[in-house]
Ligand binder design. Structure first.
Ligand SMILES: [Mg+2]
Length: 427
């Protein structure tokens, strides 16, 4: 496919967590809303509504500082389960437009719309540049508009969408469109849009590169474009060609559709902080089983198991164990999680959230090379852990629970939506 004909969209939800909370609590609409740790705790801001951003509140800022900047701000706790569920709905919507989707985060993705039908545009109108001057609305823009409308209708949330011939420009376009905007950067206006922007708009220009360019008198993308590549190379090394190309709006990277999941995880926030070991173990078993089901559903196995524990005061600890062989069974994951659990200090403290995830993912083999059933594999993994950490490190523990989905379901003591926690999206 000819490169210039590509139509790439970048879809990015606006203040995602905060927008979801405002949607679900309409009385907060129009107010500065901060999602994250409470200001009395040591945690940080996860998302800030645009009203809160006017006070200079940004994500990753300590909540205490956010409160100092805006004492009337409304602080809400992070509800990751809910945001993941909304993310899953978002990606389902995107998939109705094209299968060529590269997820970047929970609320952000590239879409390759090249050749996709324009909704309501009739069978013959496709997203290509063949329409020529005088044609109706640009097809990329028309699809972008339809995506925005469907997100609004189905999720009641704002999204910003950029449409351009490549990923770099599409992401830039959505950034310039924010909030709740739609913007296309066409091939004919690339230089006009890029030249006045600060060099920090280029991918890969961090503080150090910005400083080096600044010392050469280069602060805008236009100035960078006009600088001889040899001069750039002397200061920036191998990054020079990359930046020179971006400054001209050139970016050949394909949309990596089907980019594989990096991890599959489930977590549960308890309705009330709990220290009941029985509830905690049952929850671990249930989470392990759900993660295993998620792995099997995608034909994957994971080799690294991560246990996440968040205490009542939001302090979070994670532990990681790597198995000697990848697995997709609940028993294996539970054994590893339980083993890590048994070694976490402060086990008597009240717990707010538990999470289990599997990473270092690989495709399941068609046939189990080692033969035997699940039970054998579970035993093999247990052997492996024991070998690694010393004999007796892993005991069968509450495996009976893990094998019985009804009994292991952590209904008692688990907060809303425990069963609807969805997979960690591909990043
Ligand atoms: Mg976003």
């Amino acid at each position: 496919m000819e490169r210039l004909a590509r139509i790439i969209a970048h879809v990015d939800m606006d203040a995602f967590y905060a927008a979801i909370e405002v949607r679900d609590h309409p009385r907060y609409r129009g107010f500065p809303v901060v999602v994250g740790a409470p200001p009395s705790a040591r945690g940080v801001v996860a998302a800030a509504s645009y009203e809160a951003r006017r006070y200079g509140i940004r994500s990753a800022m300590p909540s205490r500082e956010a409160r100092a900047r805006c004492p009337q701000a409304i602080f809400l706790p992070v509800d990751m389960e809910k945001y993941r569920a909304v993310s899953a709905q978002l990606f389902e919507i995107l998939e109705t437009f094209t299968p060529r989707i590269e997820p970047l985060s929970i609320d952000e993705a590239f879409l390759d719309l090249t050749g996709c039908p324009v909704p309501g545009g009739g069978a013959r109108q496709e997203a290509s540049r063949a329409d020529g001057p005088g044609a109706a609305e640009d097809p990329g823009l028309a699809i972008g508009r339809a995506i925005k409308a469907r997100i609004r209708a189905a999720l009641d949330l704002p999204a910003s969408i950029g449409v351009a011939p490549n990923k770099f420009l599409a992401k830039l376009a959505s950034e310039l469109a924010k909030p709740d905007g739609l913007r296309r950067i066409g091939p004919e206006e690339v230089q006009e849009v890029l030249d006045p922007l600060p060099v920090t708009f280029l991918w890969g220009v961090g503080e150090e590169t910005r400083r080096r360019l600044g010392s050469m008198g280069i602060t805008t993308i236009g100035a960078l474009r006009r600088a001889p590549t040899s001069v750039l190379r002397a200061s920036l090394g191998f990054a020079a060609e990359h930046l020179a190309a971006l400054s001209r709006g050139i970016d050949d990277r394909p949309v990596e559709a089907g980019a594989r999941a990096k991890s599959v995880g489930r977590e549960v926030t308890f309705a009330h902080d709990t220290r009941d070991p029985e509830i905690l173990r049952r929850t671990l078993a249930s989470l392990a089983e759900e993660v295993a089901r998620g792995l099997r559903g995608q034909g994957l196995r994971g080799q690294t198991v991560t246990l996440k524990v968040r205490y009542g005061d939001f302090r979070t600890v994670t532990r990681r164990a790597t198995l000697d062989a990848p697995t997709d069974t609940g028993q294996d994951l539970y054994r590893a999680a339980e083993w890590m659990w048994s070694r976490i200090p402060e086990r008597g403290r009240a717990i707010r959230l538990l999470g289990v995830s599997a990473s270092r993912l690989g495709r399941s083999a068609q046939l189990d090379l080692f033969g035997g059933g699940r039970r054998d594999r579970a035993d093999r993994v247990m052997d492996a852990i024991n070998t690694r950490f010393g004999d007796g490190a892993v005991r069968p523990g509450r495996l009976a629970d893990a094998e019985d989905p009804d009994r292991s379901h952590p209904a008692a003591g688990v907060g809303q939506g425990a069963g609807s926690a969805s997979a960690v999206r591909r990043r």
